[in-house]
Design a binder for this molecule. Structure first.
Ligand code: RFL
Ligand code: PHB
Length: 391
């Protein structure tokens, strides 16, 4: 088999890239190790930046998003029972949208299949070869048969645990990593959110976040130690902790049946460059951010926006300038997002530094509450810098 672009991984990065390329008449084959049902139900991110929403609309996959997505114009920062609102839209002219990542993935898969594009689920033994040659290959097993896919370019969109990044020879990549000594316990709950906008809560006992998926479904997160085990967190304990950390006078978190529960470790990770020969990495395959800044999915979409445009130039006019600049350009936004995600994490979590550190965190939150410049900087990063702003 032969195609122009072989895409490994049907997460947000791979699926969006396939649609971007199809729009320009560029053929691709997508291979995904999981089942369709698995990727359509994997609970992860929920917050889409302005740029991401705009791109999904441009790709013709924004119809359900426009109907079911929840537009927000601010966020709350809470500490010691007091709440500040960061006026995102007033400060930046831009907004954010809450819409589950699995819903984005469902819409992207439907669009891909509707246009008749190749998308193979449940492939195994995926390997990439000849990345430093003009005809790289992807081999895999599908429905019991060995397959070989020859292509011009491989897009490594297979997430943090994928095969593409480890296939790059030793010595090519530089890795930057920081592992936080805590994780997030996340739940999905059948209960109306008791808040109109997201609440990021600082507390001596650790961070918590109140977010949502719909007018009937809440999503909540708790900072937990990195060795926390889900068995040690029965529902009752989760509710007690959330009520304490999110407390505010005359107000309570709405409780209800918990139908999803999981712990995610927190890390910051980047590889440079995001390319080796004819292999281009995009999304979590090249970088991970802690979720406090809500940037992971948005960065994945930004990477493929750049990669799609570079491949379009290459196929159309033979110009390789965009492909050569891809890693450099993508990394500029990656590092901006790394810094912002780290800033939000350090602002709000118990970092283990004791009373002095807590006073500094409270002073920083006060500064955001009182200074338009401080709030403006947070807001600009949170909603995402405009795609045209060279980030
Ligand atoms: P994905 O989504 O991991 O997709 C990679 C795909 O590749 C497949 N795969 C393979 N396929 C073929 N062969 C192989 N050898 C393969 N190995 C793997 C996988 O099955 C999968 O389908 O990466 P992608 O596309 O780069 O997308 C990245 C995002 O998923 C991720 O950054 C976000 O979920 C991060 N994130 C958040 N991002 C946001 O922008 N806003 C948020 O509010 C937000 N909240 C979160 C988050 C991540 C979380 N967790 C659980 C990690 C909240 C949480 C709790
Ligand atoms: C979510 O809705 O899942 C979400 C929102 C904001 C974050 C992280 C996760 O910072």
């Amino acid at each position: 088999m032969r195609t122009q672009v072989a895409i490994v991984g049907a997460g947000p990065a791979g699926l969006t890239l396939a649609l971007l390329l199809a729009r320009e008449g560029i053929e691709s084959v997508l291979v995904e190790s999981r089942t369709r049902a698995y990727v359509e139900h994997r609970v992860r991110a929920g917050l889409l930046e302005h740029n991401t929403v705009q791109l999904l609309h441009e790709l013709g996959v924004g119809e359900r998003l426009a109907r079911e997505g929840l537009e927000h114009h601010g966020i709350y920062l809470r500490r010691q029972g007091r709440t500040e609102r960061v006026r995102l839209t007033e400060l930046t002219g831009r907004r954010i949208t809450i819409y589950g990542q699995q819903e984005v993935v469902k819409d992207l898969i439907a669009a891909r299949l509707e246009h008749g594009g190749a998308l193979h689920f449940e492939v195994s033994n995926v390997e990439v070869h000849d990345l430093d040659r003009e005809r790289p290959r992807v081999t895999y097993t599908h429905k019991g048969a060995a397959q070989e896919l020859e292509c011009d370019v491989v897009a490594g969109c297979d997430g943090f645990h994928g095969v593409c990044r480890p296939s790059i020879p030793d010595g090519v990549l530089t890795e930057y990593e920081y592992v936080y000594p805590f994780g997030w316990l996340g739940i999905l709950v059948e209960a109306a959110p008791a808040t109109d906008e997201l609440i990021y809560a600082w507390h001596e006992r650790g961070f918590s976040l109140y977010t949502m998926r719909s007018p009937q479904i809440s999503r909540l997160y708790l900072q937990v130690p990195d060795d926390a085990r889900i068995e040690d967190w029965p529902d009752q304990r989760i509710w007690e902790e959330l009520q304490i950390r999110l407390a505010s006078d005359g107000w309570r978190v709405n409780e209800g049946p918990i139908f999803e529960k999981g712990i995610t470790p927190m890390r910051s990770f980047v590889v440079e460059p995001m390319q080796y020969g004819r292999l281009f990495l995009a999304g979590d395959a090249a970088h991970i951010v802690p979720p406090t800044g809500a940037k992971g999915l948005n960065l994945a979409v930004n990477d493929v926006r750049l990669l799609g445009a570079a491949l379009t130039d290459w196929y159309r006019d033979g110009s390789s300038a965009g492909l050569e600049a891809y890693s450099h350009n993508a990394l500029r936004r990656v590092w901006r997002a790394q810094d912002f995600s780290n800033y939000m994490t350090q602002l709000l979590h118990d970092l283990g530094g004791g009373a002095f550190e807590r006073r500094l965190q409270l002073a920083r939150i006060d500064y955001i509450a009182r200074s338009e410049a401080a709030a403006g900087s947070l807001a600009e990063n949170y909603v995402g810098l405009p795609a045209a702003a060279d980030f």
